[in-house]
Design a protein around this ligand. Structure first.
Ligand SMILES: [Zn+2]
Length: 77
């Protein structure tokens, strides 16, 4: 009887563990997608660095990684 009890205990433990992992993966990936929307990446026109759109500075159709690069590019053009 001891072995069957042990197997049942391990099986129940494994089911709970795999359900917990599935739950964590589902919720974890969702919150990660909210933080990193990889479709909204833009390229700095001055140094060609890729950065998320909310962190970039825009000037018309142009994107810049920082105010300094925006200024530098505008001075050149
Ligand atoms: Zn830049």
């Amino acid at each position: 009887m001891g072995l069957i009890r042990l197997i049942t205990f391990l099986l129940v433990g494994w089911i709970i563990w795999s359900m917990y992992r599935k739950y964590m993966a589902a919720t974890g990936s969702k919150s990660r997608q909210d933080k990193l929307p990889d479709k909204n990446f833009v390229k700095c026109r001055y140094c060609n660095v890729h950065l998320p759109e909310p962190e970039a500075f825009s000037d018309g159709d142009s994107w810049f990684c920082c105010k300094a690069h925006q200024q530098a590019w505008l001075e050149k053009h």
